[in-house]
Design a protein around this ligand. Structure first.
Ligand code: NAG
Length: 327
């Protein structure tokens, strides 16, 4: 396949973080090796876990996959003769995964009304998955700030140019009610506040992966002063490393709070039923099969030198990615 066309702007990368993760994984693998575990088995598990994660996080995980594939390939080629291929479908370790999104009874209730530090608006960005991640983070950020979250508006401009609103895609009542104990969410800013606020609302853009302290130090004072703050281009703006209660809240939003609307769930259910009739095993693919995504995947797709040159050109954008990949 020859890769042509405009490079999408939907992909956001944090190579340093991913490299750090890779190093961590290598470290873990190394340790296991000393304990006589099979390196390729552990890497297989790692890949499986990444596969699971990618179902929910889309292209973020695909970057991790790229590194783990690269790493796996090295690990496998040295071990392949001694170990048969891993059957990820029969992994016993999958039993060790469990959900951890339940609410701790001691986790304080959301602040309401006058106790709220202000109204938080966010502008989502990117494709639907990226926007979904942003919405999840926005709930946690509202919690960190003791702010009232206004139901986010979806991004109608970038990439998909889809004019669906939140209410068309997600079950808005469920979103508000199921998270009510944790964060106060409202559909729109009350008229009274609207009349008194700057128009358009005061906007801020926070750096990628900002820790909670950043929000408390930099955003809270502005929120208290202005009452309404909009965080723009809100994608991957919250650090992954959160305290346990906030991490659980993030899971509650992601796996429980954000539910598709009934027609979408119905269609999804129909697809699942049809697929189940056809097979018992499924894999997920990245839906946006486009040049920048292909470049980052680190794979060769059979398009000869033309493809190699074009992908090599795109790969130059990321310092940590080798321009010529040996696959
Ligand atoms: C948020 O409210 C809790 C009480 O529920 C309080 O302990 C915490 O300090 C508040 N944080 C901020 C940033 O206002």
């Amino acid at each position: 396949m020859v890769v042509v066309g405009k490079v999408g702007n939907g992909c956001k990368f944090t190579p340093t973080t991913n490299l750090a993760l890779l190093q961590k994984h290598q470290h873990v693998c190394g340790r296991f090796q000393r304990k006589q575990f099979s390196l390729s088995f552990i890497c297989g598990l790692m890949l499986f876990a990444l596969g699971l994660i990618s179902l929910f996080t889309g292209h973020v995980a695909s970057h991790l996959e790229y590194y783990s594939f690269k790493f796996m390939k090295g690990a496998l080629s040295s071990k392949l003769n001694r170990h048969p291929p891993i059957n990820i479908w029969k992994s016993k370790a999958s039993k060790l995964y469990y959900g951890c999104s339940s609410r701790d009874p001691n986790f304080p209730h959301a602040v309401r009304g006058r106790a709220s530090n202000g109204y938080l608006l966010i502008a989502t960005s990117g494709g639907l998955n990226q926007q979904r991640t942003g919405i999840t983070d926005a709930v946690v950020v509202a919690r960190i700030l003791n702010a009232t979250l206004v139901v986010p508006e979806l991004d109608h401009h970038s990439f998909w140019k889809d004019d669906s609103d939140f209410v068309d895609i997600f079950d808005i009542e469920w979103f508000i009610n199921s998270l009510a104990k944790d964060v106060t969410i409202i559909k729109r800013i009350p008229d009274k506040v609207m009349r008194s606020m700057d128009r358009p609302p005061y906007t801020m853009r926070v750096p990628r992966k900002s820790p909670p302290e950043f929000y408390l130090d930099q955003v809270l004072p502005t929120l208290l002063r202005r009452r309404v703050v909009q965080l723009t281009k809100f994608d991957y703006r919250l650090a992954n490393n959160l305290d346990e209660q906030l991490a659980k809240l993030r899971c509650r939003v992601n796996y429980h709070g954000l539910r598709f609307t009934k027609p979408i769930r119905k269609l999804g259910q129909e697809l699942v039923m049809k697929m189940r009739k056809m097979a018992t095993r499924f894999i997920a693919i990245h839906l946006r099969f486009e040049p920048d995504m292909l470049a980052f995947s680190g794979c060769y797709y059979g398009g000869g030198d033309k493809e190699r040159n074009q992908l090599a050109e795109i790969r130059k954008r990321w310092e940590t990615l080798p321009v010529r990949l040996i696959f």
